[in-house]
Design a protein around this ligand. Sequence first.
Ligand code: SAM
Length: 283
Amino acid sequence: MTLTEMREILKARDLQLTKSLGQNFLHDGNQLRRIAAAAELTATDKVLEIGPGLGPLTELLLESGASVLAIEKDGRLSTFLRERHAGQPRLTLIHDDALAYLQRGTSASPPPNEVNDWSGWKLVANLPYSVASPILVELALHPHGPERMVVTLQLEVAQRIAAECDAEDYGLLTLLIGLHYEHSGLFRIPPGCFFPAPDVASGCITLKRRTRPLLDQNETDLFVRVVKRAFSQRRKMMLKLLKAEWPEDRLHAAFQQLGISPQERAEKVSLEIFTKFCRLLGT
Ligand code: SAM
């Protein structure tokens, strides 16, 4: 879908874009193809797309022969896509808030037709930036998360996901995503590739689910509690922060066993050490 075509569709339907929904549409064919290529799609794939917009990425996903489940919050856009792809059996469109949809899927009693096992799926999406992190964390910590996620985000957020321990942007997001996913292939997408151009640069990152989990599923909740508490005040010593939730003697024992200084701040502690720490704390 070219920029000219996008403008024509918006004009013909008198569609005013909504900034709060992050409606910056990607019209650069090269970048769209790079995103689709990173997904390594085959005709047997099931793809979840969040925020299809006018569908430039959706079209490429469908071209691969994959089946696509697309969730779009804006009713005007989901109506447009429904009409444009009428008769395409491999596209299922859902008009909903994607975060609410995903959260319902993990609730105790999901409605019967909701997908709640994403393990055979790939997420490929140019995410709405205001809800990109919660959506990614929801899927990354899901007990049956997608095997691969290829997502376009605000560049700064993609860099936080890919950050090394002790780097300035290393933190909670790095760890919540990194627990079950390894990242690769981050590339920058300049603002001019979108219509309208956003104020910030964007980046596309590939996340592959670890074949061997670092922690068992029943230890994941503890991991989330620990890292949230440890990063609740970045400049404070991690031990002091964790004392609010766990007995001091157990914390000291675990710190000692792992060779972590009692003065250490969370940003100096790697994912590997955090997982070992949770194992010790959980036993
Ligand atoms: N995929 C399209 C593209 O690449 O041109 C559009 C991407 S645009 C950055 C984000 C899209 O997400 C918009 O179409 C917007 O309406 C939709 N959106 C915003 N918030 C959403 C939410 N909570 N759930 C589902 N879709 C949402």
